[in-house]
Design a binder for this molecule. Structure first.
Ligand code: AMP
Length: 139
């Protein structure tokens, strides 16, 4: 497996070098909105320390990121009155991973509503509105 690349896009988000719409942060993890949301409220949870994915993460990194993923899953269900939530996580290009810093997708789900196709840029105003709803439900 390739080494961790400190110039991957999520590392740049962590360092504040590129913008993101943050919804939650603690000492160990960050949650921010996905710019190509496959459902309203689609967000990503990452550890603050470097690892590519599930294959090189330490148990400690997995523990903190999973704890925050559960917190955000509950928050999006509350924020959007969702019927459910999908959590996705991909490992290496062959496994569907595009950004090589460990992340978990959190996707609010509604009965009868399919996920949107991947790769479609979202509306930034709408994403910002959704982020505010999530932050309010965490408060
Ligand atoms: P994957 O590595 O396949 O789990 O997918 C990476 C995810 O990161 C995709 O859902 C992208 O829409 C998302 N993404 C890529 N660049 C950014 C960015 N700058 N800010 C927020 N999300 C991003």
């Amino acid at each position: 497996m390739a080494a961790y690349d400190p110039d991957n896009i999520f590392a740049k988000i962590l360092r504040g070098e590129i913008p993101s719409t943050r919804v939650y942060e603690d000492d160990d993890t960050l949650a921010f909105m996905d710019i190509m949301p496959r459902s309203d409220g689609h967000l990503l949870v990452i550890p603050k320390t470097p690892c590519r994915n599930l294959l090189d993460a330490t148990p400690e990194q997995l523990a903190v990121v999973m704890s925050t993923t559960q917190k955000l899953a509950k928050a999006v269900v509350k924020a959007f009155n969702a019927d459910g939530v999908t959590v996705q996580q991909f490992n290496e290009a062959a496994g569907g991973q595009e950004v090589f810093h460990l992340h978990f997708h959190v996707l609010p789900r509604f009965e009868g509503v399919s996920l949107r196709a991947p790769g479609q840029m979202g509306d930034f105003d709408l994403i910002a509105q959704h982020a505010e709803k999530i932050k309010a439900s965490l408060a």
